[in-house]
Design a protein around this ligand. Structure first.
Ligand code: SF4
Length: 120
């Protein structure tokens, strides 16, 4: 499995995971809504903003889906908010689709690795 080894990205991910948005159990007030707005503003400049979302949600991981995954990742590689997108996907446990240039399987691997590093 090929995982991006960008150290800047990994540092940011550790920081994001240290204060996960999803750990907020209270009803969202103005402050929480503003924080969430800031955290998701990156979507405005996403490379995929005007694209068909289906490209980023391949069905399966073999055959034609592999070509679709590679096509989606190629878009992500040219995206200026890739790290924000990946951080958001990890933070909010997005189980499906290509986010920040990663598949769900790659994100599961990253979560396991990061959780293991934080625990030690
Ligand atoms: S990294 Fe990929 S999925 Fe995420 S915003 Fe950019 S183009 Fe879209």
């Amino acid at each position: 499995m090929e995982i991006s080894a960008d150290p800047l990205c990994t540092r940011e991910l550790v920081g994001i995971l240290a204060v996960p948005l999803s750990h907020t159990s209270r009803a969202k007030g103005d402050v929480e809504l503003e924080e969430e707005r800031v955290l998701t503003d990156w979507r405005e400049t996403a490379r995929c903003k005007e694209m068909d979302p289906d490209l980023f949600f391949p069905v399966g991981t073999t055959g034609p889906a592999l070509l679709q995954i590679e096509a989606a990742k190629a878009v992500c590689r040219q995206c200026n908010v890739r790290e924000n997108c990946l951080g958001y996907a990890l933070d909010s446990n997005q189980e499906y689709g290509i986010w920040g240039g990663t598949t769900e399987e790659e994100r599961r691997y990253m979560r396991r690795e990061l959780t293991s590093r934080i625990a030690h």
